[in-house]
Write a protein that binds this ligand. Structure first.
Ligand code: ZN
Length: 246
């Protein structure tokens, strides 16, 4: 059974007592968070779950705590590529805040865990008060835009092993776990490369003893080494995500 603490967006969700928070909600003024609380519902998101597809009406937005939602662009229905990642630093369903009702991307649960869910109408009403949520979602919009544009340049210019290192670091930051299930097929659509490309990139990271990849499970063995292997896009995206919250 989940128990809510007094801190904003703070939830004791793990058996080991590690607190899971959504940092965006946590940064809201206390009185505002208290007002929002009855409208927030804790939900479990399961790996592979599709929250919405392109064209779907966005009924709810999600504030991940220890789950991750991937924003995926689709080309001609078959080719897919992750263009954004939303974890405990953000909110899935930002289009609602921009005044758009339907999604342009596929929102896919990339890491199982908990999230706070809020009705889209309630988000719009709250944002129209021009208070803390409005301000922080404005700043988050810029942070996500930075992530999406940096990822787009990264996908075009950087080597697959450096991109895989970046992706693993970003996942590690948001899940808080150093080991997570991943199939090559899944990674292939995250990175927008064929499975052979994923396999080769994973082999390079394994040869450097940075990760272990076995039976669909990735384990990060050397986080510092992974940071050194990653392209600079990781640091640019992370700095922006940390800055908007401060
Ligand atoms: Zn890059």
């Amino acid at each position: 059974m989940h128990t809510r603490s007094l801190q904003n967006g703070f939830l004791e969700s793990r058996a080991n007592g590690t607190p899971a928070i959504n940092r965006l909600l946590d940064a809201l003024p206390k009185n505002e968070y208290v007002r929002l609380l009855p409208k927030l519902k804790t939900v479990n998101l399961v790996l592979g779950e599709v929250l919405y597809k392109p064209g779907d009406l966005i009924k709810y937005v999600y504030f991940p705590m220890d789950s991750i939602v991937s924003l995926i662009s689709e080309v001609s229905g078959t080719s897919r590529l992750e263009v954004g990642m939303v974890g405990n630093e953000g909110m899935a369903g930002l289009a609602v805040f921009m005044g758009v009702r339907s999604s342009a991307t596929r929102a896919l649960v990339q890491g199982s865990g908990t999230a706070m869910r809020m009705n889209s109408t309630a988000v719009r009403t709250e944002a129209n008060r021009l208070g803390g949520l409005h301000d922080i979602l404005h700043r988050y919009s810029h942070s996500l835009l930075t992530q999406v544009s940096q990822s787009s340049a990264c996908n075009r210019f950087h080597l697959v092993d450096a991109r895989l290192a970046r992706w693993l670091l970003m996942t590690n930051d948001r899940l808080g776990a150093g080991e997570f299930p991943l199939t090559q097929e899944f990674l292939s659509s995250m990175l927008g490369v064929r499975r052979e490309g994923v396999s080769k990139a994973a082999s390079i990271l394994q040869a450097g003893k940075l990760i272990r990849y076995s039976r669909g499970l990735i384990t990060i063995l050397n986080r510092r080494g992974l940071e050194a292997k990653s392209c600079q896009c990781y640091r640019i995206i992370k700095a922006e995500a940390d800055a908007y919250l401060n």
